[in-house]
Design a protein around this ligand. Structure first.
Ligand code: MAN
Ligand code: CA
Length: 259
């Protein structure tokens, strides 16, 4: 037990000594801090402050330059965008004008197209008529038969074709028809009343182109129907027997063109 107390006291003494060492050490550290801490003079402090000001000024100047450059770039960009906008607006105007012109052209072309379509249909009709043996001359269609028949049979054929035997209304028609073929029937007869010549539409003969000595009305042949006897002559008509086998000319007006 005594030994135990002795050890405790010894330990206690050691602790006291350790605590004492710590306090001494702290005292020493505190003394050292006070001795080695920054001790700036006013001059050094002013220098540092001045240096800081210089750095700050340099920083501000750098920022100012950067801002000036950025501002110039932004302005340049803004101007470029403005130019682009102006150009695009002008281009839009040109395109609008071009669109309007093209629209006008398209409408004109449509009108021309419609006109050409009408002409095409007209030509197609004429071609079909031509294929059926008709020719179109100055507003009339003419058909010349390839075969020969009597005057009455010839007229029946023309009527079947929606036409009638040729009626000559003008010198031009006389020249045209008279130059086609010899021995060919036209739509003139005095079958109703001898010597009273009438066209097949019932109109009386006013302007005639009888060949010399015609109509002689040979009583033996009963010449009541009229033919072109000589072609290529102004005065070329001859009265003949209606039973004579001749070629014939039909005439009709073209039907109105349908779209
Ligand atoms: C001659 C003339 C004509 C007549 C014919 C008949 O050519 O006398 O007038 O019509 O014969 O064939
Ligand atoms: Ca005659």
């Amino acid at each position: 037990m005594d030994q135990l107390y002795a050890n405790v006291e010894e330990l206690s003494a050691d602790c006291s000594e350790w605590k004492g060492n710590i306090q001494i050490s702290e005292t020493i550290d505190t003394n050292q801090d006070k001795r080695t801490g920054p001790q700036l003079s006013d001059g050094a402090f002013a220098k540092i402050l001045c240096l800081l000001c210089v750095f700050l000024l340099i920083g501000l100047l750098t920022l100012a330059v950067f801002f000036a450059r950025a501002s110039a770039q932004w302005e340049a960009g803004r101007l470029a965008l403005g130019d682009s906008f102006t150009n695009v607006t002008a281009e839009l105007g040109h395109l609008q004008t071009r669109y309007n012109n093209l629209t006008g052209d398209r409408e004109q072309l449509q009108v021309q197209f419609d006109k050409i379509l009408v002409e095409k249909n007209d030509l197609q009709t004429q071609f079909q008529v031509f294929q059926q043996g008709w020719v179109n001359v100055k507003g009339s269609l003419y058909y010349i038969s390839p075969t020969k028949r009597s005057w009455h049979e010839s007229r029946a054929d023309c009527l079947w074709r929606g036409a009638d035997l040729l009626i000559i209304n003008s010198r031009e028609e006389q020249d045209f028809a008279g130059g086609l073929q010899e021995r060919i029937w036209i739509g003139l007869t005095d079958a109703d009343t001898e010597g009273e010549w009438k066209w097949v539409d019932g109109t009386p003969l006013t302007e005639s182109y009888w060949a010399a000595g015609e109509p002689n009305g040979d009583p033996l042949r009963k010449e009541d129907c009229v033919e072109f006897k000589k072609y290529g002559l102004k005065f070329s008509w001859n009265d003949e027997s209606c039973d004579l086998q001749n070629q014939w000319i039909c005439e009709k007006k073209p039907s109105p063109c349908v779209g």
